[in-house]
Design a protein around this ligand. Structure first.
Ligand code: ZN
Length: 72
């Protein structure tokens, strides 16, 4: 029940910048109001797990290996 109460308090004021920790490099990054609104709009339930840098790097990496795999 404690959990629910906490959620209600947070839910009433969820539109504020949040500091999250990156899963990959453990850097702290800000999950901004705008991004939260974007996530909400898209129906994403999870907060981002990685900082923008790591997200970009991962995307790039996947694209690189895709290309390589495709050319062979
Ligand atoms: Zn990171």
């Amino acid at each position: 029940m404690d959990c629910k109460a906490l959620k209600t308090i947070k839910g009433g004021n969820y539109m504020s910048d949040k500091t999250l920790k990156c899963k990959d490099c453990e850097a702290e990054f800000v999950f901004t109001e705008g991004e939260q609104a974007f996530y909400l709009e898209k129906g994403f339930e999870n907060e981002p797990q990685r900082c923008p840098d790591c997200r970009r790097a991962r995307k790039q990496q996947r694209r690189d290996s895709d290309n390589r795999g495709f050319r062979r």
